[in-house]
Design a protein around this ligand. Structure first.
Ligand SMILES: CC(=O)N[C@H]1[C@@H](OP(=O)(O)OP(=O)(O)OC[C@H]2O[C@@H](n3ccc(=O)[nH]c3=O)[C@H](O)[C@@H]2O)O[C@H](CO)[C@@H](O)[C@@H]1O
Ligand SMILES: C=C(OP(=O)(O)O)C(=O)O
Length: 425
């Protein structure tokens, strides 16, 4: 086990390269199982989630080679049963369901377990594959899904109680590309990661229209081919560094970003008094912390709304922004584990019914804190950069799920951070 020791109060300055998107890479890697021809996926971030995905794909029979950011997959012979030991480490392994069903007409996938960010059911994934003609049984914690006569296109509405589902849309799209006939996904998720997956599938020969809108139409094809693809920049990693810069930065430049994907985060930071400037191509951004930061209000929503994956980081920023800020998470109303740890550092936050009300304090103080999930740990790192004194963040493995070399990137822009063995945890 490791911990991150952060000595707070250092001004951040300099440049960071943003990695490829974790949440685009995971379904794209899964989708590379849809063909027996070689596929090369570039700029896959070296984080534990993508490493787990590579391991699971190997265990399913694919040959997977990883060298720096490139992953080469050749899935000539596959088997259809994923092992619990591998899958339990990563909830996103549910996105193997679509490709395995399309390729093998059968799959056995352990049901993903609970998650600290809230209840995460898979009823919409099940409803979608059933609509394409598969039967679904649950036995000994496994989803056993079969379609011996193949999958057939259908119209499926994926609207759930909390809006559209991202991986549910991905799964249905991946199942439908090789199904017989036309599939229409109503209330589809429109996140940039869904569009990136669709673009990848189109390169493989799939016939998909409407990705990025609420209605996706897929015409099934006989076979898909190999291709090369570079995943989009990680908008959540970029957003996290933008917030770090807004809290402590005097000119932090982020390279390899996509301006279009960042607009709601950029808009909010500007409203809160921070300076955010993109270059003409929209792939580099410079952030300078405002001298008179203002409080703000956010309500998470499906894309193009404010992302739930950037909620904890903005809560950390509001913790030391003068005035009262309000953060409501409509997608994961229980995703506020970071607040109790931020309070241990001196933040004034009240959480009730999916909403955090934050009264900005003058300063935070370093403390030993516990990471509870990926973005909660990012929030703790941000608060620690601002805090007086030293913060020790335990259970660093949460942050390593989704941030490539976060300690090295922070060091490069002037933060004082050390990754150390954690004997106490
Ligand atoms: C690997 C990946 O890309 N993860 C992202 C993906 O997760 P993921 O795709 O798992 O999240 P969903 O979009 O499915 O979840 C959205 C909402 O729908 C609910 N729901 C989902 C599926 C279902 O069958 N039934 C149901 O009720 C969820 O509990 C949640 O309240 O989108 C989330 C919402 O933007 C992000 O926080 C995650 O970072
Ligand atoms: C919650 C996240 O990931 P996952 O859906 O894989 O848990 C995330 O990326 O913030």
């Amino acid at each position: 086990m490791e911990k991150l020791v952060v000595h707070g109060g250092f001004t951040l300055r300099g440049a960071v390269n943003i990695s490829g998107s974790k949440n685009a890479s995971l379904p794209i890697l899964a989708a590379s199982l849809l063909t027996d021809e070689p596929v090369v996926v570039r700029r896959v971030p070296d984080v534990s989630d993508t490493n787990f995905m590579v391991q699971i794909m190997g265990q399913l029979g694919a040959s997977v080679e990883r060298s720096s950011g490139n992953v080469r997959v050749e899935a000539k012979n596959l088997h259809s049963e994923a092992a619990y030991e591998q899958v339990r480490k990563m909830r996103a392994s549910i996105c193997l369901l679509g490709p395995l069903m399309a390729r093998m007409q059968r799959c056995v996938i352990p049901l993903p377990g609970g998650c600290v960010i809230g209840d995460r059911p898979v009823d919409l994934h099940i409803r979608a594959i059933q609509a394409l003609g598969a039967t679904v049984q649950i036995e000994r914690g496994n989803l056993i899904i079969e379609a011996p006569r193949g999958l057939k296109g259908a119209t499926v509405d994926l609207n759930g109680d909390h809006g559209p589902t991202v991986l549910g849309t991905d799964n249905l799209m991946m199942a439908a590309v090789l199904a017989e006939g036309t599939t229409v996904i109503e209330s589809a998720a429109a996140e940039p990661e869904v569009v990136d997956l669709a673009n990848f599938l189109i390169k493989m020969g799939a016939n998909i229209q409407g990705a990025g809108t609420r209605r996706i139409v897929i015409e099934g094809v006989e076979k898909l081919r190999g291709c090369n693809h570079t995943v989009i920049p990680d908008r959540i990693e970029a957003g996290t560094f933008m917030v770090a810069a807004a809290m402590m930065g005097d000119g932090v430049t982020l390279r390899r970003v996509c301006e279009e994907h960042m607009s709601v985060i950029t808009g909010l930071l500007r409203q809160c008094g921070h300076h955010v400037e993109f270059n003409e191509r929209g792939d580099t951004v410079t952030i300078i912390a405002g001298k008179m930061p203002k409080s703000g209000e956010i309500k998470t929503a499906p894309y193009p709304g404010y992302p739930t994956d950037m909620q904890a980081q903005m809560t950390a920023l509001f913790a030391t922004t003068p005035g009262i800020s309000v953060v409501k998470d409509t997608i994961f109303p229980q995703r506020f584990m970071h607040c109790s740890e931020l309070k241990r550092m001196g933040a004034n936050i009240k959480v009730d019914n999916g909403t955090a009300v934050i009264s900005g304090v003058d300063s935070l103080s370093g403390a030993p804190v516990m990471a509870s999930d990926l973005r909660a740990s990012a929030a703790l790192v941000l608060a620690a950069l601002k805090a007086e004194g030293t913060t020790e963040i335990h259970r660093l493995y949460h942050i390593d799920r989704g941030y490539e070399m976060i300690d090295e990137k922070l060091l490069a822009i002037g933060a004082a951070v050390e990754r150390l063995p954690d004997d106490g945890d």
